[in-house]
Ligand binder design. Structure first.
Ligand code: HEM
Ligand SMILES: *[C@@H]1O[C@H](CO)[C@@H](O)[C@H](O)[C@H]1NC(C)=O
Length: 485
């Protein structure tokens, strides 16, 4: 996005003119008897937004926020992209936000996100509406159901390695892991098999994702416009797909229908035989899951691959665990739920990675009513920003936090982390419902990688920055060698 883009200038102008008036209004409103949190609004108006975005890009956001906490304490105000924002920090703040029933905080996403992802997507809903839609999604994403799909994930992973790894000497991990997790989603969430239609969808989803982080000006040739157009096309494809699946279900037994999230939800009824989710709800939420699910797990798997290249002792232990399982299988036999249960050490490594480098760094909520916290008043209409995962690097909770130590999460470890301190998957009623899905795809992928290949990092500099998802220089290239069977 270039600075002389008209959309950019327009937005800048709006912020300069409208924002000061707005801030003045909101800060003078009936707050004379209670204190607003400390912190300055920052000058010029975009000052702090730019400095935190800069901190993310140089991977110093944790430090930037820690600096704030040192200066102002765990509650402070600032201006983020034109909205008065309160930054909350610490385990108590995590608990406050995760356990609040939805009358104090709304999960509202920025306007652009809502227009692209649809009004009925789960991130927009609260209260009973949220419960109903979430219940629908969880009826497919729960372990008892997902365990039936381990074999399907296994097939996707093997197909991926066959196509993109075998016969190569060097690969770029990050883009390949995005392809892989996206394809797993295609197969298990919307049930589109490999072929031309899937390829078109990959491209359309890329446009959708590009637009989520763009300035929402709907003019031809803006990213936002392209994203909206892509979203409309994906919707049309999904509508067509739903029609086909209904047709197929009429002809085959109900059992054949349960092959992906969409088919599964088409068969679920309420007790009074009414449908659980409308077609439009199904479509909005399938899109959200496709986006929320693949960008996060691909990051986790990429960090694991980097760690295994850098840490010979963790690598040796993971390899031993996985080879043990490989030895017990006939050639070509698919992994099962029981096999995954044996991958205990590998999953602890993944959890420790999620502690140190969580894919989701910070989140936002909108304040629905004035509330008091730590002696400060937080007014309605403000936005809450909190970096839940900062508790994961708190030395009082996780001693020696910068040290990778997979034994932290062992059952017999000195003391399990207290509630709301390990929050890579969030917490409370909005906790990530895809965590089991992520566990399965991660373990299956690592199983085949360590038993079929060895690798080393091609670049000395394997650091990353956030945009806002972690990005590696050149996509983290590695040199790979197939193992002899
Ligand atoms: C390592 C992988 C993943 C991580 C670290 C992760 C992290 C998160 C976090 C932190 C939240 C809560 C955000 C908030 O409170 O504002 C969340 C929500 C969500 N995640 Fe995940 N996620 C992952 C994988 C997945 C997968 C694979 C799926 C789908 C199959 C998924 C679907 C969702 C959905 C639908 C929500 C919204 C839940 C709600 O609002 O009730 N995620 N995720
Ligand atoms: C994209 O821009 C064109 C031209 O302004 C407009 O006609 C069209 O409706 C926009 N697309 C969407 C999906 O909003």
């Amino acid at each position: 996005m270039s600075m002389n883009n008209p959309a950019y200038i327009f937005t800048f102008f709006l912020l300069i003119v409208v924002l000061p008036i707005y801030l003045l209004l909101i800060t003078t409103r009936k707050t004379n008897y209670k204190k607003l949190p400390p912190g300055s609004w920052g000058l010029p108006f975009l000052g702090q937004s730019l400095s935190i975005v800069h901190a993310m890009r140089t991977n110093t956001a944790e430090r930037w926020l820690q600096e704030r906490v040192r200066k102002y304490g765990p509650v402070s105000k600032f201006n983020f992209l034109g909205t008065p924002t309160v930054f909350l920090h610490g385990q108590a703040a995590n608990k406050l936000i995760y356990t609040n029933g939805g009358d104090t905080f709304a999960n509202q996403q920025p306007n652009s996100v809502r227009r692209i992802m649809g009004e009925r997507n789960i991130m927009e809903l609260s209260g009973n509406e949220h419960k109903r839609v979430r219940g629908g999604l969880v009826s497919f994403l729960k372990p008892e159901v997902l365990k039936l799909y381990v074999g399907k994930m296994d097939e996707e992973v093997r197909k991926h390695l066959e196509m993109h790894w075998h016969g190569k000497e060097q690969v770029q991990v990050m883009p390949l892991m995005k392809t892989l997790t996206f394809n797993i989603m295609n197969s298990l969430i919307i049930g589109i098999e490999q072929g031309a239609r899937r390829d078109t969808l990959v491209e359309l989803f890329q446009h959708i994702i590009d637009g989520l982080l763009s300035i929402p000006v709907n003019l031809p040739f803006t990213r936002f416009n392209r994203s909206l157009r892509a979203s409309a096309k994906v919707r049309a494809t999904l509508r067509e797909l739903i029609r086909e699946k209904r047709e197929a279900m009429k002809q085959h037994s109900a059992d054949a229908a349960n092959q992906d999230l969409i088919s599964c939800l088409l068969t679920i009824r309420n007790e009074d035989n009414s449908i659980l989710l409308s077609d439009e709800e199904l479509i909005d939420n399938a899109i959200v899951i496709m986006v929320a699910g693949h960008d996060t797990s691909s990051v986790l798997i990429t960090f694991i691959i980097r760690l295994l290249a850098n840490d010979p002792s963790v690598y040796a232990t993971v390899l031993q665990e996985q080879e043990e399982i490989a030895k017990s299988k006939a050639p070509g036999e698919l992994l099962t739920w029981e096999d995954l249960a044996k991958m205990k050490y590998t999953w602890r490594v993944a959890i420790e990675i999620l502690r140190m480098t969580p894919p989701v760094f910070c989140s936002f909520r909108t304040v629905l009513r004035d509330f008091e916290y730590e002696g400060y008043i937080i007014p309605k209409g403000w936005q809450v920003m909190w970096a839940a995962c900062m508790t994961q690097m708190d030395e009082k909770i996780f001693p020696d936090p910068s040290k990778f130590d997979a034994t932290r999460f062992e059952k017999q470890a000195p003391s399990p982390p207290p509630p709301f301190s390990f929050v890579a998957f969030g917490g409370g009623s909005r906790m990530c419902p895809g965590n089991e899905f992520a566990r399965i795809e991660t373990l299956v992928t690592i199983h085949y990688l360590v038993t079929k290949f060895t690798w080393k990092l091609s670049c000395r500099d394997n650091s990353f920055f956030r945009d806002p998802m972690p990005v590696f220089k050149h996509g983290l290239p590695i040199q790979i060698k197939p193992k002899k069977d």
